[in-house]
Design a protein around this ligand. Structure first.
Ligand code: AMP
Ligand code: GLY
Length: 427
């Protein structure tokens, strides 16, 4: 099978790594990719937001499957263009990707499907925002309606900060719709967060193993929200019945509702959940694999990946054998550039990668995010630069290996959290 992966982050490196280990793969391509992905896949240049260009590249390569990694191409309709060209694609249509592309739309679908989520108001004026903030009280949760790379949400006890964020969102026009200024104000959900992914063909839903992400930039969950600074799986503290419960109360009803609307969702449905004192609530849906959770979930998946993604693309998931999982735990630690999640400094050389490959493989390995080659050197090229991933017989062993590998890496001005999976590992 020939596969083309679209994207350039550590999530796509994780996808490419798993695909490269799949005996069914005869050729692996990625566009645009990064310096790490280049070691397992052939790279191509393409405008990832241009559906026709992606479909043409897939046609030229004779791809049997296209896997769209990030949300922006999905929301721009790239999966539709590839599907129209007659090539199987893993990823939802533009309309179905609105589950991630618009928080207001996701709320409407959840209401129709009876899916438990935070109570919320969709506001279009600052007066409505003020009223909604008063209705829920502190801590305040204010969300930009559109895509914002994990940075559109403000959770704060400061009413002025909440109002300022809402005012900024109300003023913004979102591509590609150009729609202006909706903001979702919602009740605060307490309790730990869980990311649960499910592969679906629009009818059958196959959940993966749950993971936990660390969204804040600094140790102890301090600092601003980021795309995610680390993750681990499994979750020793979670109720073993959690996955079944979420399948029954969240994933299946949502997939059924999307099909009922005539906009079936196929691809990866990501449920971001809060385990509150009053039960499980959906914080958000995403329409693609999470980053960095994918790095730990795929590290534990034993079933070859290509067949799973192809079955979702072709509508044959009902025939798939149950997924097989490793008993091992996995931890990933994100190494980010100086000043991330603000405007990151880029172009700094990264060293120590060979040492990790020589000393720590196969249990620890480096997945690349914002990197590129500059002659013989690998240099930073984005906010999140590396996802240092390790497996072990338990979280504590995986964690130790991941941090040992992180310590070998040098990137001037870089930052990483030192407490990824610490509490869950009992460290
Ligand atoms: P989202 O982009 O909706 O996932 O929000 C980003 C992060 O903000 C989440 O992972 C949570 O940590 C936090 N968050 C979002 N909504 C809520 C909520 N209703 N209550 C508490 N925290 C939230
Ligand atoms: N790790 C959060 C996300 O992928 O949205």
């Amino acid at each position: 099978m020939k596969v083309l992966v679209i994207g350039s982050g550590a999530r796509e490196h994780a996808l490419c790594r798993s695909l490269s280990l799949d005996p069914d793969i005869t050729a692996l391509h990625c566009a645009p990719g990064n310096a790490g992905i280049a070691e397992v896949a052939e790279l191509h240049q393409v405008d990832a937001l241009d559906g026709k260009a992606v479909a043409a590249l897939a046609g030229d390569l004779g791809a049997d499957l296209v896997v769209v990694g990030p949300e922006a191409p999905l929301v721009a309709g790239v999966a539709d263009a590839v599907r129209e060209a007659g090539i199987p694609v893993f990823g939802p249509s533009r309309e179905a990707a609105q589950l991630e592309g618009s928080k207001a739309f996701a709320k409407e679908v959840m209401a129709a499907a009876g899916v438990p989520t935070a109570r919320s108001y969709v506001c279009t004026t600052e007066a409505e925002v003020a009223e909604a903030l008063d209705a829920f009280g502190a801590p305040y949760v204010v969300k930009d309606d559109g895509l914002a790379a994990g940075k559109g949400v403000v959770v704060t006890s400061d009413p002025d900060a909440a109002k300022a964020h809402a005012a900024a969102c109300v003023g913004v026009a979102h591509p590609p719709s150009g729609q202006r200024g909706r903001v979702v104000v919602e009740e605060f959900l307490d309790g730990p967060e869980v990311s649960l992914f499910a592969v679906t063909d629009g009818r059958t839903v196959v959940p993966l193993q749950p993971a936990q992400d660390f969204k804040r930039a600094l140790d102890g969950d301090e600092g601003p929200n980021t795309g995610g600074m680390g993750a681990y799986s499994p979750l020793p503290w979670a109720d073993p019945k959690l996955v079944d419960e979420v399948l029954r109360t969240v994933l299946r009803p949502t997939v059924d509702e999307m099909r009922r609307r005539g906009t079936p969702f196929s691809g990866l449905l990501y449920a971001g959940l809060a385990i509150t004192s009053r039960g499980v609530r959906v914080i958000e849906f995403n329409a693609r694999f999470g980053d960095p959770e994918t790095q730990v979930v795929l590290a534990r998946l034993r079933t070859p990946l290509a067949g799973v993604l192809l079955a979702a693309a072709n509508g044959t998931l009902a025939d798939l054998e149950p997924l097989r999982w490793s008993e091992d735990a996995a931890v990933t630690v994100v190494v980010a550039s100086h000043n991330y999640p603000g405007t990151p400094r880029t172009g700094d050389p990264i060293t120590g990668l060979d040492e990790v490959a020589a000393e720590d493989a196969p249990h620890a390995y480096v997945l690349h995010a914002g990197t590129r080659r500059d002659g013989d050197a690998v240099v930073s090229a984005g906010g999140r630069v590396l996802s240092v991933t390790a497996t072990g017989e338990d979280l504590s062993a995986a964690r130790e290996r991941a941090y040992r590998a992180v310590d070998r890496i040098r990137l001037d001005g870089s930052q990483h959290r030192t407490d990824i999976a610490a509490r869950a590992a009992g460290a």
